[in-house]
Structures are given as C-alpha cells and as structure tokens.
Design a protein around this ligand. Structure first.
Ligand code: CO
Length: 466
C-alpha cells in the first residue's frame, strides 16, 4: 500500500541558509517563483529562519517586501515559513504581544503554513505562537526537534508529538536539523508517530551525514506524508536531499508525487549558474558540500558547521576546527543536552569556540550561555549539573516558569522608539527583532528613496545580471 508523497521545496529558505549563509537575494529568487509555483508542491518554504535577519543585515532588503513579492508570483502553492517559537526569527525571547503581532503580519503578508519550533522542545515556548496562528487561521505545523541524547528516544518524541496535536497543531514536523536520523530509526519513528497521531507528519532533514535520501525513503515506507527537498543545485551537503531524484525514485510507485520531471529540470537549469556564481565568489564553501561523518559523531547541524568555519576563519584559527568539533558535544552535555538548532546551536557553538580559542574551558562565558543556565530559554531536556551552574552563573537566581511570563508587553515601547523610520506597520516588527540592524536598513531605505536617482539604481541592477 502507500499513498502519494508530497514535497515542500526549500530552495528559497533552508537550502540557501544551509549552503550560502542565507545570501540569496530577492532579485535572484523572483524570476523562478512562477515555475516553482507550477510544480504542485505541498508548499514553498520561502521565509523565516535566517532569511529575515539576512535581508536586513547583509542584503539591504526589506524582508516583508520579499514575502509580498514571492506571494504575488506564487498564486497556487502555500507559502511556508520557519518560526522559532518565542524567539520568532530572532535569538532571544520576546514578549507575547510581539509574537502575536508578528504572526498576524506574517499571515497578512502571505504566509500560509507556519512551522513553529522551540530549540529546547519546551512546549510552553510554542504556546503563544500556536494560539496566534490559529487565531489568524494559519496552518500550524508544530515541530519535534530530533536529537540524540540519553533522554531522547522514540517514545519521548511520540509523546511530544501527541502533546502538540492536543495543543491544536494541524500537522507535525519531525525536524532533523543536524542530519542525525538514520534510515531505520526514521522508519521506526515515523511508524510510531503515525500509529499514535492523526494529523499529517512531515519530515525535515539535512544531507550533512550522507543519510538523508535513504532516511526519506524509509520514512515514506513508514507512511510519512510530506518531505522537505531542495532543487539539486542547492541540495545535499548541509542542505536537503535533491528534489528531482526523489521525484524520479517514486515515479510509478504508490508514493508517486505526480510532479513533472521536465518542469523540474527547467527549474534546475535556472539554479545551476547561480550555484556556479556562489562557488566562484566563495560564498559556497566546498567544505560543507560533501559528506561529513563528524555530524554523526558530534551532532552538529548543517548551518552550524558553516558558522563555525566562518567564526574560526575570522580569527585566523581555522586549524582549530577539529578541536572545536570535539568541544561542541562536551558543552552540549554541560548545558543539559539541548537539541542543536538556532539559537541553541549558536550558543553551544560559540561557547565551544571560546573554550578552545581561550585555551581554558569557560574562562570566557557568553551572555547567551549564562542565559541558558539561568533558564531564560526554557527547560533544558536534562537538569544542568550544580557544579556547572555554579561555574557559569555563580549564585544567581534561575527561572523555572515559562520565560516569556517574565517579559512585559514591548510593542508600544518599540513603536515609540522607531517612530521616525516607520513607513509600514511591519517596520516595528523588524525593529523589535533586530534593533540597530533594522534602523540601519531603514536609513539605507530612506537614502534610496530621497537621494538617489531611481534611474541610476535601475541601471545599476541591469549591469549586474544574475
Ligand atoms: Co533545516
């Protein structure tokens, strides 16, 4: 038996976040959106995650404008975003009023499916975002972050999935951000979830360890409903399994996606020269494009590997890469075995870099590491050992409630702070999440609007074809 499998295409979000530090521009995205829309994908993952930050910080783009432009060209396919629970798209916890307004505006600007996760799998941190999405009639995809530790197992993941279903989720995503899932574990996990959970199950993984396509095949046999793939020029390595081979593999079977391979090849042709461009500019680092067995050994997610490489490069300490990789699981254990995904992956990664570069563990401790120990991110899967608590925060008080319960409403204050820059309602959200990064962009936007001859900008764009 079996039923047609559906695919979420990640080329516009996770694929370039994982391979080229989220630097794909709107100008590069837009010409291909209509063709992507024609495939009949389950959804196009096109927003959220790091795309928002990257637009403002590196690309001088308004992320809201990008979303509207994509939506304008993708009339048939649901647009999906990745949403970090109470962290929204940032790296700390925000007040509920900011979470609610962000969800409202995301849906108003074109998002159909919101994949919501919490780095610690602390469901209290998903509550505000889930409730807000339901209120705005969005599809809530609640996430189980997959990880390996002494306290995580199939039973615990199924229990979590069940709780999320009871909280009102419309579907469940098993998010294997690090590429740790193995084919037969994936089979058992999906099978167990399908037995206990009624809503659709979607599987997300990364190719980092070389397992991903095999993982999908076994998950499909176990009854998974949707899988995440990326167009082949932006697939594999730290990204997702390639879309076209997956579609071909299922053709003529009960799992046939029904997608047109010829149409996919046309899209592939569009991304090929972009890939060449990213490689020759150095944006795509060959180090993250092959199989990295260290992933299985050290449990480091795709995006994190490329971040570690660039952090070490900046300090001229590339030779410490292997040492840092070994330090990562030690820091993770110290911090109560958090799954490694933004922001916990950055926190653990940065602390591991500090521990190695300083030549002494916890000689320098980041603000965020202290935050995890204080409980500012929620409950860690395992209680942090008293001696580690002592070492990192001394006798400071720790939080045991839902962290956002301690955060008073912030939206009105934010509105006042950035009033001079506001050109659209959404601007306050860019500011709430990214402060000075947002105001710097607002200033750039003003300069573009008032000082620069639009013809000149247009000519400039035309002389840099993609
Ligand atoms: Co991912």
């Amino acid at each position: 038996m079996g039923k047609p499998v559906r695919i979420t295409e990640t080329v516009l979000r996770d694929a370039h976040q994982s391979l080229i530090a989220t630097r794909m521009t709107t100008e590069e995205i837009l010409p291909i959106v209509e063709k992507l829309d024609d495939i009949g994908y389950h959804s196009l993952e096109a927003w959220g995650g790091a795309t928002f930050d990257s637009c403002l910080r590196f690309l001088n783009e308004d992320p809201w404008e990008r979303l509207r432009k994509i939506k304008d060209k993708a009339k048939k396919t649901p647009i999906q975003m990745l949403f970090r629970g109470q962290n929204i798209l940032g790296y700390k916890h925000y007040a509920d009023d900011v979470v609610e307004y962000f969800v409202q505006k995301s849906i108003a600007n074109g998002i159909d499916i919101i994949r919501i996760f919490d780095a610690l799998n602390d469901i209290r941190n998903l509550k505000a975002a889930i409730n807000a999405s339901k209120k705005e009639k969005g599809h809530v995809q609640a996430t189980v972050c997959y990880t390996i530790s002494p306290v995580h197992n199939i039973e615990s993941f199924v229990k979590l999935g069940k709780e999320l279903e009871e909280m009102g989720a419309d579907s469940i995503c098993i998010k294997d951000m690090a590429g740790l899932l193995l084919p037969y574990t994936a089979y058992d996990l999906v099978k167990a979830m399908k037995e206990k959970i009624k809503i659709p199950i979607q599987l997300h993984t990364h190719y980092t360890s070389g397992e991903a396509s095999m993982v999908y095949l076994k998950a499909i046999e176990a009854g998974v409903d949707v899988i995440d793939c990326a167009m082949s020029p932006m697939a594999m390595g730290t990204s997702q399994p390639p879309t076209e081979p997956m579609v071909a593999a299922l053709q003529g079977t009960p799992y046939d996606t029904g997608y047109d391979l010829d149409k996919l090849v046309e899209i592939c042709e569009y991304f090929k020269p972009l890939r060449e461009k990213y490689i020759s500019s150095g944006l795509m680092n060959t180090k993250v494009m092959g199989v990295d067995v260290n992933t299985l050994k050290y449990q480091v997610p795709g995006g994190m590997l490329s971040n570690l490489v660039s952090q070490l490069k900046q300090q001229g300490k590339e030779d410490k890469y292997d040492e840092v990789l070994k330090e990562v699981p030690r820091v993770r254990e110290d911090l109560g075995f958090p799954p490694l995904v933004t922001p916990s992956s950055q926190i653990v990664g940065t602390q591991a870099v500090l521990n190695v570069v300083m030549g002494e563990r916890y000689k320098m401790i980041s603000k965020e590491t202290k935050g995890i120990v204080r409980g500012e991110y929620g409950k860690t899967p395992v209680e942090i050992k008293p001696e580690i608590v002592k070492k990192i925060i001394g006798d400071e008080e720790r939080i045991t409630c839902r962290p956002a319960d301690n955060i008073p409403p912030e939206l009105e204050k934010m509105k006042k702070e950035c009033a001079e820059y506001i050109e659209q309602d959404e601007d306050v959200l860019s500011y709430a999440l990214f402060g000075q990064v947002a105001t710097k962009f607002f200033e750039y936007r003003q300069a573009q609007k008032y000082k620069i001859d639009p013809d000149l900008v247009d000519r400039e764009a035309k002389t840099h074809p993609i």
